[in-house]
Design a protein around this ligand. Structure first.
Ligand code: ATP
Ligand code: MG
Length: 405
């Protein structure tokens, strides 16, 4: 059931005509004050607030509904879309904001997505009522983060392949969390359709539990699960470090390993991920800028109080003929590489196919080196990232990074 609130006949007519041949029930009202009566009388999956409703009223109404009817998805249509409105709408729990003049495809896709979120939420709320969800009290999962302050060094390739390798050799539950919130590549690496992303999770963060969270994960044909990055870069604005901490804490309760892919920046969100990590793999390629960046990242992490025990190092494209010796690199960094991953043309091919090399070509030398890395992750005694009383404060950390930069 879709409720459309609008007295702009053009927009309203466009939406009605899109659904005239479908089974979808549409109720149109022009006065927003009748909304509660309609929702109580008929129920609703999606409420579409049209451009004739003042933006402030629409946002207030969405915020109110997100508390009274969390299972209903609100979509807004506005005359002109500006980033301020978008941010406020997202904060109020609005699932999408359309601009007047949006194409039929955009409107349908936005409503379908909102309706799917609503369906999932209803399912998980029903499950909760039936109390079928069992918190798993066993040991918390380990958090393994792959990081580098430099782009394009192989963080996404290595994190996704390591996650699959880890699942294969341990038979345990592994999830990949894509924290490259603006330009996440995990969906591409696994050729997954991002029907649900971390953005949807943040919309329900106040009542999130393990069951609900599982509903937002995407499964690859290999069986690996992933919580994908937002589809639209602006959606990352509403994702804060407190949300990320809550999500990681919950993933640790449900999975044995949480493997995190990151963007090439030290942001508050990434510092939170590092705080939560049992092990951080810094990735470098065989070139001076990349090595220099890793040296700086190690220094920064030490200054931020991270235990050196959790900081590990992976050399990617380690066989590149670039007049650098691996042991020189290790000496410069003061850390031995846990894995030396060769360069191989099968990597870009596997990325394009959305099938990790450890599945596609498990006997290749690159796959073998990744399985070797997964063995180390599995075998290692994993120490907690923060010593008691040493937990970092995001703001202080950001200031320190600014000074270091
Ligand atoms: N060992 C390798 N051999 C050959 N190609 C590789 C290898 N590792 C990575 N690549 C290629 O380099 C490209 C960049 O890798 P990837 O996307 O994993 O880097 P990234 O560090 O995640 O980048 P970003 O910071 O932009 O997210 C990939 O498209 C991949 O094809
Ligand atoms: Mg990446």
């Amino acid at each position: 059931m879709i409720v459309v609130i609008d007295n702009n006949s053009q927009f309203h007519g466009q939406v009605n005509s899109l659904y005239q041949d479908s089974d979808e029930n549409i109720i149109s009202i022009s006065d927003i004050s009748r909304l509660d009566e309609v929702v109580e009388g008929h129920g609703s999956d999606v409420i579409l607030i049209g451009p004739s409703v003042p933006t402030k009223t629409a946002i207030e109404e969405a915020a109110r509904l997100s508390v009274s009817h969390p299972e209903i998805s609100v979509v807004m249509a506005v005359e002109t879309l500006d980033p301020g409105v978008l941010r406020e709408a997202m904060r109020a729990g609005v699932k999408d904001v359309l601009e007047q003049g949006s194409s039929n495809e955009q409107i349908i896709s936005s409503i379908s997505r909102a309706s799917e979120i609503s369906r999932r939420l209803k399912d998980s709320l029903d499950l909760r009522e039936e109390e079928t969800y069992e918190e798993q009290p066993q040991e918390l999962g380990k958090v393994i983060t792959f990081f580098s302050t430099k782009g394009g060094v192989g963080k996404s390739v290595i994190s996704t392949n390591s996650a699959v390798a880890l699942a294969k050799i341990t038979g345990k539950r592994v999830v990949v969390l894509d924290l490259d919130l603006q330009f996440g590549d995990v969906a591409i690496m696994f050729q997954m359709a991002p029907n649900h992303t971390i953005y949807d999770v943040v919309q329900v963060i106040d009542r999130l539990d393990g069951d609900m969270l599982q509903g937002f994960l995407t499964t690859h044909s290999s069986g690996i699960k992933a919580l994908l990055a937002p589809v639209r870069p602006h959606e990352s604005d509403s994702i804060a470090s407190v949300h990320v901490k809550a999500i990681i804490d919950l993933l640790k309760k449900v999975f044995d390993y949480v493997v995190i892919d990151t963007p090439p920046v030290f942001s508050d969100v990434i510092l939170t991920a590092l705080d939560e990590s049992d092990r951080v793999y810094l990735i470098a390629t065989m070139d001076m800028p990349s090595i220099k960046n890793i040296k700086l990242a190690i220094q920064t992490m030490k200054q931020l109080g991270y235990s050196t025990d959790i900081i590990k190092f992976v050399l990617n494209r380690a066989d590149s003929k670039v007049w650098l010796e691996i042991d020189e690199v290790e000496k410069t960094l003061g850390i031995k590489a846990d894995a030396k991953i060769p360069s191989d043309r099968i990597v870009p091919r596997s990325v394009n196919k959305g099938m990790p090399v450890v599945i596609e070509q498990p006997k290749s030398s690159i796959a073998k080196s990744i399985f070797g890395l997964a063995e180390k992750i599995k075998d290692a005694e994993i120490k907690p990232a923060s010593q008691p009383g040493e937990s970092r404060n995001g703001r202080e950390a950001s200031n320190l990074i600014r000074r270091l930069a």
